[in-house]
Structure formats: structure tokens, C-alpha cells
Design a protein around this ligand. Structure first.
Ligand code: DSN
Length: 478
């Protein structure tokens, strides 16, 4: 029996892997089954195209290529140069950026590259110049001492974690929180929206070196023109982390004041969320920061991953096609439909709705913690993640929220009617779940009670909802 190219490629790959370690081949096959069968609402996940996935599984993985295009620390990088230059060209064209650095392995790495580039640009430090010539792990204690003394306590102002900001925007558990003296701006307690006057006030008081905008759980647009004005008013470098909504920028859903690229000095992103590429990161900037950004490897990044850069080039080429704009606008239409469906059924949403790809449900109205809700939904075949809501009384571990997003289901082709049906399933599970108790009978933030018959019925309905929208329909493994 003959197969199409995608099926042949994945079948052959699995056959070759199976001959060495069949359990790995089995796990890869099982992952496809799981992804096909689950209603995936994790706002930061998506499904990359077969071409993107295949671009990662090859001998580019074998090549070291520290340095930049045409200026490597290793010989024989001509083909890596080709794919890195292509990925950067597609990124520049897609986002209208002067410079693109496509080596970061993740969003965290991209942010670290940006932070060090800004420090090098803004602070006169011979120790930093020295550090840029090697990996930070290779610095001696004396080097670090000099670096700390010369850099001082530089300040960063970013969005607070519980308002939807990201851990890498200067928070303690992350290295960024140790590099910078951080303060955060939150959202208006009444509306859940960013209050730009308050941000301006915080900037005036704190005088940050870096003002960061961007989020992983804020369901609204951010006005980057206003944020840039605030940064300029205090002499801060304006950085935007667009990891979550890069696909909406690429697809021209976010334009004008809501497109960060023309307004920010530097923009970081991941490539695998709404942008639908391989897992990885990227930095965009103007010419004035380009040289410092290009020093990311070896200073803070391990060797670039040429196979992932090849996949970035493929995915970015896909995002430049006209149909990507249609995809991006359907992501937002679906998020609206999902939010409306939940609101009509009585759910409480942070900010009362959405204008991007994500919705944040405050599940305390159902008498649940985020953790209880997340597990009950998972039992019912609905994959989400718990998330803190502003001023969350349950903290970052148990939380009071469930974050859901539409990029993945939109890739499968689900539309407004299916989003309404999804809202019904989510509401049914949350409504029928009750908080449980611990072994001592005390209220538990983790235990919950959900009739298995309800979970089974919802799981079946979720599977039925997906049936007309097969994932990777071009791939049959057998
Ligand atoms: N892990 C990503 C998210 O889920 O938003 C961000 O780090």
C-alpha cells in the first residue's frame, strides 16, 4: 500500500527508531494518539506542521555552530549559515524588524539574551565586555565580583505574576530576579485591566533601566505605544515579551498600537505558541542593539540548535503565507466564542472576557481551586492548566484560576460552534465538581469529588467534538 509523503516519512522514522529502542517508538506513537484524542486548551501549546516537525529530525542536530552567520567558532557551518540566515530573514520580513536573532532555545533564553544586551548597551562595564566573550558559566568568582560591582543594582519594572506577567520578568525564583532589582505593576482590581496611569506612576517612582511588557495570562491587548511613552519618559529601555501572542502579531490581528515591534526597543518571543513553530525562542530589535543581541551565544546560550533553526525557518515561511492571517483571526474569534459561551453559563472571567487567544476563568465561583478544577477537567478529557488570578488567595501552586487558549484547537479547524460546545463541557465539569477533604476531614485545596459517570460522559462528548477535526490528517501510522 502506498502512503502520502508525510505518512511515509513518519512511518519510516518510527521503523528506524523501533529497531534501536522500541519503547521510544511506542512512546512517540502514543503521544500522537493522546494529542489526537484530547481537547487541548493549553494557551501556550499548538500543533506544528509536519514540515516543521520533520525539519528537526535530521543531521543538522549533529553540528556545533557557536557564533553567528559567517562568523563561527567552528568550521564547516555553511549549511547552518543557510538555515539561520533564512530563519532570520523570514522573521524580519514577517514582523517588520530590522534585526532577528533566531538562536535562543526557549523564551527564557531569549529574555536572558535581551537582558544582557540591554545591560551591555546601557551600562559601561569592562567586566561585562569580558563576560561577553565567553559563557557566563565560565566566569571566575573575581569576574562575577567585578560584574556585580560594575553593574550595580539595575532596576526592572514588569507586570506582576498574579496579574498575568511571566516569571522571567524579574521574579525571584528566576535568574532575572537575581540579576535585577525588580518591581511590578499590576492591574486595576475593579476591571482586571492594565491601568497605564499607574504604570507611569510606578515608572516615575522606580526609574527602571528596563520596562517590560508582555504576559502569559493576561487576556487583553496591551497598548505598546503608551508603554513606550512611559519608558521614554523615564529613560527606560522598552522590552516586550510577545511569546504568547506572536502569532497574532504575525497574522496582523494585533496592529498599530498593539503591534509591539514598531514601539519596543527589543522584542522577545517563543516560536511554538500561537506562532505554531518548533519549540524555541527569538529576539527582534533595531540596529542599535543588534550587535549586543548577537553575542547571546556563547555568553548565555549553549551552542545553537541548527535543526531547530531549520524548523524555525520552515514555520516562519508558513506564517508569511496569506492563510496564516486567517488562522490568527480565527484564534481570536474562537477565544471570543469560548468566553461568551462561558459567560452565558455563569462563569466568572478575569477582565470579563478576552481580546486575544486566552481566557482566564476564576473558578472560585464554582467553589474550587485551580488545582481541583484542572484535575477534574483532565479526568474529563479536557487539558488545561491552573493559573493564578489577580490577588489570588490560593497562591501560585493551588491558584483560583484555569487558563484556556484557542491556538491548538483552531489549528485543528474547530470554530465558534465547537467553542460553545466546549464552554458547555467545561461548565458542566466545574459545576458538577465539589471540593474534597483531606484524610483528617479538613477542607483540601487539592482533593475534589466528581462523579465518574459525568467525567466519562464529558470525555465522550469531547472526543465526539474532535472527530470531524482530525489532528495531522495527513499522517497515518498504521
Ligand atoms: N510555559 C509558558 C506558558 O505556559 O505560558 C510560558 O513560560
Amino acid at each position: 500500500m502506498s502512503h502520502n509523503a508525510e505518512s511515509t516519512a513518519f512511518r519510516s522514522a518510527l521503523e528506524v527508531i523501533r529497531a534501536v529502542e522500541p519503547r521510544v517508538a511506542d512512546a512517540i506513537g502514543a503521544e500522537l494518539v493522546d494529542q489526537r484524542e484530547s481537547l487541548k486548551l493549553i494557551a501556550s501549546e499548538n500543533y506544528a506542521s509536519p514540515a516543521t516537525l520533520l525539519a528537526m529530525g535530521n543531521w543538522f542536530s549533529d553540528k556545533y555552530a557557536e557564533g553567528t552567520v559567517g562568523r563561527r567558532f567552528y568550521a564547516g557551518c555553511q549549511n547552518v549559515d543557510t538555515v539561520e540566515a533564512l530563519a532570520a530573514e523570514h522573521a524580519r520580513e514577517l514582523f517588520g524588524a530590522a534585526h532577528a536573532y533566531v538562536q535562543p532555545h526557549s523564551g527564557i533564553d531569549a529574555n536572558l539574551v535581551a537582558f544582557w544586551a540591554i545591560l551591555a548597551d546601557r551600562v559601561e562595564s569592562p567586566a561585562l565586555k569580558k563576560a561577553q566573550k565567553r559563557h557566563v558559566n565560565d566566569l571566575t568568582e573575581a569576574d562575577w565580583f567585578a560584574l556585580r560591582r560594575e553593574l550595580g543594582d539595575q532596576r526592572m519594572l514588569g507586570m506582576s505574576l498574579d496579574a498575568g506577567g511571566h516569571l522571567t520578568h524579574g521574579f525571584r525564583p528566576n535568574i532575572s530576579g537575581k540579576m535585577f532589582d525588580q518591581r511590578s505593576y499590576g492591574t486595576d482590581p475593579a476591571t482586571g485591566l492594565i491601568d497605564y496611569d499607574r504604570v507611569a506612576e510606578a515608572a516615575r517612582e522606580f526609574r527602571p533601566l528596563i520596562l517590560v511588557a508582555g504576559y502569559s495570562a493576561y487576556p487583553r491587548k496591551v497598548n505598546f505605544r503608551i508603554m513606550r511613552e512611559i519608558a521614554d519618559s523615564v529613560g527606560a529601555t522598552f522590552m516586550v515579551d510577545m511569546a504568547h501572542f506572536a502569532g497574532l502579531v504575525a497574522g496582523k490581528v494585533f496592529t498599530g498600537d498593539f503591534d509591539p515591534v514598531p514601539h519596543a526597543h527589543i522584542v522577545t518571543t517563543t516560536t511554538h505558541k500561537s506562532l505554531r513553530g518548533p519549540r524555541g525562542g527569538m529576539v527582534l530589535c533595531g540596529p542599535e542593539l543588534a550587535d549586543q543581541v548577537d553575542r547571546g551565544c556563547p555568553m548565555v546560550l549553549g551552542g545553537p540548535l541548527p535543526h531547530v533553526m531549520a524548523a524555525k525557518a520552515v514555520a516562519l515561511a508558513e506564517a508569511r503565507r496569506p492563510d496564516f492571517a486567517d488562522y490568527a483571526s480565527r484564534i481570536v474569534d474562537n477565544a471570543h466564542a469560548l468566553a461568551d459561551g462561558l459567560l452565558r453559563r455563569g462563569a466568572s472571567l478575569v477582565t470579563g472576557g478576552t481580546d486575544n487567544h486566552l481566557v482566564l476563568i476564576d473558578v472560585s465561583g464554582y467553589g474550587l481551586t485551580g488545582r481541583q478544577a484542572e484535575q477534574a477537567l483532565l479526568d474529563s478529557g479536557i487539558v488545561t492548566n491552573r493559573n493564578a488570578v489577580p490577588q489570588d488567595p490560593n497562591g501560585a501552586w493551588y491558584t483560583s484560576g484555569i487558563r484556556i487558549g484557542t491556538p491548538a484547537l483552531t489549528t485543528r479547524g474547530l470554530g465558534a460552534a465547537e467553542m460553545d460546545a466546549t464552554a458547555e463541557l467545561i461548565h458542566t465539569v466545574l459545576d458538577r465538581t465539589t471540593a474534597g477533604t483531606g484524610p483528617d476531614g479538613a477542607p483540601s485545596k487539592a482533593k475534589y469529588v466528581l462523579d465518574p459517570a459525568v467525567a466519562e460522559s464529558v470525555g465522550k462528548q469531547a472526543a465526539d467534538l474532535l472527530t470531524p477535526f482530525p489532528l495531522y490528517p495527513e499522517v497515518t501510522l498504521g
